[in-house]
Structure formats: structure tokens, C-alpha cells
Write a protein that binds this ligand. Structure first.
Ligand code: ADP
Ligand code: MG
Length: 249
């Protein structure tokens, strides 16, 4: 491991163990997997853990309404309206998905034809300068990348967004939907561009698995481990092994 590389805890002790301490500080870690694997929950847990350490967090929601996310989080006893109100802020960027005539993100209203990644980037920058978060979650990138029909544009937009995040004084978790789990699948652009990639899956037998695909600058567990989603959120079992069909590796 690079001696100067600092880590920050994800809030999931088993995952921190797999990561030899946590995710690299001030870097972008991609959390990817199919629908329902717990990507949004992982992002929330990361912010809750930060709040407990007095670190501010920003949740940029590109998919679901923050009100729904906040409501669902009550299922884990995370009360963002009460306990974390001062520490964790939500930005509703979900209108970007359904391009209306006018889009309102935070305090900015724009015509949909004027929308570009640059708009999102400026909203994130503005909110980040205002709130000064140490942790940022962007959930999910896929909602945004849908509007591009080729990999060149997807790559350019992702690069722009990641550059913006890299300039901020925060550790970032970006989620994305994985289109395929096949071992010979084509890697998605965000997997190339993020400094770390955590892959979540639910096997056909219902077992949930976590695999660290890459984590630049540090050694980490190379095995696939099981996890559960319970009443305290995600729990990873870093000592247990799991047999994974090759199409999920
Ligand atoms: N309170 C809860 N207790 C246990 N599991 C839950 C609870 N709430 C949601 N889940 C599980 O988490 C899944 C949704 O997680 P989520 O983070 O929204 O997935 P993703 O963002 O990857 O689509 C649900 O499909 C369900 O299996
Ligand atoms: Mg989600």
C-alpha cells in the first residue's frame, strides 16, 4: 500500500476489513451491481457513518426522489430528518431523468434543452462549496448515462463528472447499474474511470456477494464474500467464502 494513502471507513466493518481499512480518501469509488443489490443503502450507510464522525455528507440523487430515499432509510433507523439533518444534505437531481420542459435542481431552474452534464457539475460544485461535505454519494450514474447512445459520449461525460468530483475536498461513492455479470462482459466506462470498483450481486440462490474489482493504491481482499441487508443496513462477512458461478465473477 502507498504509505501516504489515507483511508476512510465505509461504515460497514466487514467491507472495511476487505479494503484494509476503508476506501481511499478523496478518491472516487464506484459501487456497481444489478437492481436491488443495495447500492443506495451502501451510499446512505457511508454518509451515516460520516455523520457519526462529525463529517458532513452530500447525497446527489439522480434516480429516486430524496423524500422516498429518506422514507426508506427509516427502515434501518436512519432518520435523516431528525438525527442527521445538520450533517447530511440531499440534492434532488432526479428530474434530469425525465427531461421535462423545465428542470429544477436545487435552486436552479433550466430549460431541458439547455441541460448538459455541465449543469449537473455546476450544481454539485455549488452545493459542495456551500455544504463543504467530506463525503459525497452520487446515485446513480446510469440514470444520466442513459441519454447518450454511444460509449464515446458516455466516457466524455463521466470523465467530466469525475474530474469535478476529484477537485472537491471529499471522498466520493458513485453508484451505477451493471448491465451484465458475465466474466467476458465488456467493462462499463465508469469502471475504467473510477479509482476503485466494488461489485455487488445477488446470486440466483439468494446469496448476496461483494467483490472488490479494483482499488488503486492499496492491497485488498481478492475473494468474493457474502453480505446481508438487515435492520442495520449492509453487513459483510469478510471471513466467509462463497461459491460463485463463473458468470458472476
Ligand atoms: N429494511 C430492510 N431490511 C432488509 N432489507 C431491505 C430493507 N430495505 C430494503 N432492503 C433490501 O434492499 C434492496 C434495495 O436496496 P437498494 O439500495 O435500494 O438497491 P439498489 O440501489 O442497488 O437498487 C431491496 O430490494 C431489499 O432486498
Ligand atoms: Mg438505488
Amino acid at each position: 500500500m502507498r504509505p501516504d494513502l489515507k483511508k476512510i471507513s465505509t461504515g460497514i466493518s466487514g467491507l472495511d476489513e476487505m479494503l484494509n481499512g476503508g476506501v481511499p480518501k478523496k478518491r472516487i469509488c464506484l459501487v456497481t451491481g444489478g437492481p436491488g443489490v443495495g447500492k443506495t443503502i451502501l451510499g446512505l450507510q457511508f454518509l451515516v457513518n460520516g455523520a457519526h464522525q462529525n463529517e458532513k455528507g452530500l447525497f446527489v440523487s439522480l434516480e429516486e426522489k430524496p423524500s422516498h430515499i429518506i422514507e426508506n432509510a427509516l427502515g434501518f433507523n436512519w432518520d435523516f430528518k431528525k438525527n442527521y439533518e445538520e450533517k447530511v444534505k440531499f440534492v434532488d437531481a432526479s428530474p434530469l431523468q425525465t427531461l421535462h420542459d423545465e428542470i429544477k435542481i436545487g435552486e436552479i431552474t433550466i430549460g431541458s434543452e439547455q441541460f448538459s452534464f455541465a449543469t449537473l457539475v455546476s450544481v454539485i460544485k455549488k452545493e459542495a462549496y456551500r455544504i463543504k461535505p467530506k463525503r459525497i454519494v452520487l446515485d446513480s450514474l446510469t440514470a444520466l448515462l442513459f441519454q447518450f447512445d454511444n460509449n464515446f459520449d458516455r466516457r466524455r461525460a463521466t470523465l467530466e463528472l469525475f474530474q469535478c468530483l476529484n477537485e472537491l475536498d471529499a471522498t466520493c461513492i458513485v453508484t451505477s447499474e451493471l448491465r451484465s455479470y458475465s466474466p467476458d462482459r465488456e467493462l462499463q466506462v465508469e469502471e475504467y474511470l473510477a479509482q476503485g470498483v466494488i461489485l455487488l450481486a445477488t446470486l440466483p440462490n439468494g446469496i448476496r456477494t461483494v467483490h472488490i474489482e479494483k482499488m488503486r493504491g492499496t492491497s485488498h481482499d481478492l475473494n468474493t464474500r457474502p453480505y446481508q441487508i438487515g435492520e442495520k443496513g449492509i453487513e459483510v462477512f469478510p471471513k466467509e467464502t462463497v461459491t460463485v458461478p463463473s458468470r458472476y465473477l
